[in-house]
Write a protein that binds this ligand. Sequence first.
Ligand SMILES: [Zn+2]
Length: 143
Amino acid sequence: MKTCPFCAITRGEAPVSTVFEDKEVMAFIPLHPVYPGACLVIPKIHIDHFTDLPDPLAARVMVIAQQVGRKIMEVYNPLRVGLLVHGFTVPHAHLHVIPQYGPLDIMHKHYAYCADGKVQFGDKDIPTLSRPELDRLAADIRL
Ligand SMILES: [Zn+2]
C-alpha cells in the first residue's frame, strides 16, 4: 500500500533499524521502544489484520518472533518475552515482541498517563530514540 509506513520500510523508502529480513518477513526496532529489545515483526506484504495472513506466512512471522524472543532472553534476560497484536496504530499486520520484567508488565501500561482527570494512552512519556540509538538496539538482538 502506497501510504503505509511499514510498506515504506519494506520498500527501503523509510529509515529502519533492522533486526532480521528475508523475502517474506522483517523485524525491526520501533521508534518508541518501551524497553531495549522491544521489536516489531511484520510480513513484507501489506495485509491489515494479522488474522488474514495465509497460514504459512503467519507461521513464518511467528517463528521469527520466537527467534527474536530467544535473542531478547539471551541479551537482556527479562523474566518473560511477550507478544502483542493490536493493530490500531499502523494498519499493517505486526507482532510486538516485548521483554517483560513482571507479571503486570504489559506493553500498554507504558503508554498510560493521567490528564484532565482521566487515564489516557499515548507515547508522550516514552522516549523518542535517535537512529543511532535504534541501530544499536537492533544490533543487540540481530538474528
Ligand atoms: Zn503496509
